[in-house]
Design a protein around this ligand. Structure first.
Ligand code: MG
Length: 260
């Protein structure tokens, strides 16, 4: 009986709290978020995306030597790197890739399915890392020579994989052609095949094969670049959504208040 009375009192207290709770408002007049229609299936571009490759043409890309086969963009022999004509600062990027299905058993480590997505100067590695070990900060999903992915979620060679990338550009103070100060480093978050592999990772600068990473001067807006490392890696369904730099709050137009 005592237990019943205690439970009843607690229930009444909760109901009264909800009934008399007031609706707190910040006093900031936020702009209404734009309506964006999501893609029909996961990975499809939303309505406000810039399409970089949809299987039809290479019009968004500088290097026209790359081939289109069955709606896929393929690196031909000695095709060279390719970069977007448009330049970007911070962005959300979706890209799908497949390393070659035919695996040369003599090719190991960095020789197997090597390419890369350059976010301006910063390489997110593409490699066949399915049962193919290399140095960990050079495997698929790494920021090259800086940070391995948190997990290896690679599919088999020849199978399609995806990167969903959130990239925040660095803020560099440049004087006399040199980086005087890194006001804010670049940050990157990556999902590979829907699985988080890098979470708000701080990029240390451009990665080099033979030198430690460092920030080099570059403009705020840079193209997206796809690396030709001598392997016929394929790409499809590439789209991007620029992220506005200004993420500051609008001024508070009145003191916080309780909405009636
Ligand atoms: Mg590479």
């Amino acid at each position: 009986m005592k237990k019943f009375l205690v439970l009843s009192a607690m229930l009444m207290f909760c109901c009264a709290t909800l009934l008399f709770a007031k609706d707190w408002r910040s006093g900031i007049d936020w702009k209404e978020p734009a309506v964006v229609t999501p893609g029909e299936k996961c990975g499809n571009p939303p309505s406000d995306a810039t399409i970089l490759f949809d299987g039809k043409d290479l019009s968004a890309w500088e290097n026209q030597k790359w081939k289109i086969e069955n709606g896929e963009m393929v690196i031909p022999p000695k095709g060279g790197t390719n970069r977007t004509k448009e330049k970007f600062g911070s962005f959300q990027l979706h890209i799908e890739f497949a390393t070659p299905a035919e695996v040369n058993p003599k090719a190991t480590g960095q020789q197997r399915g090597n390419s890369g997505v350059y976010l301006g100067k910063y390489e997110l590695q593409i490699l066949d890392s399915y049962e193919n070990t290399t140095y960990f900060d050079g495997q698929c999903g790494s920021i090259y020579k800086q940070r391995p992915p948190q997990v290896n979620v690679c599919r088999k060679p020849g199978e399609w994989q995806s990167y969903d990338i959130l990239f925040t550009r660095p803020d560099l103070k440049i004087e006399d052609g040199k980086v005087k100060e890194v006001v804010r480093p670049a940050y990157i978050t990556v999902l590979q095949n829907g699985v988080m592999i890098l979470n708000h990772h701080e990029i240390e600068g451009t990665g080099f094969y033979d030198q430690p990473p460092r920030y080099e001067p570059h403009p705020p807006m840079m193209p997206i670049e796809l690396q030709d490392h001598g392997n016929p890696v394929r790409f499809r369904n590439i789209w991007i959504r620029p992220i506005p730099d200004d993420n500051t709050k609008p001024p508070r137009v009145r003191e916080p208040y309780y909405h009636q």
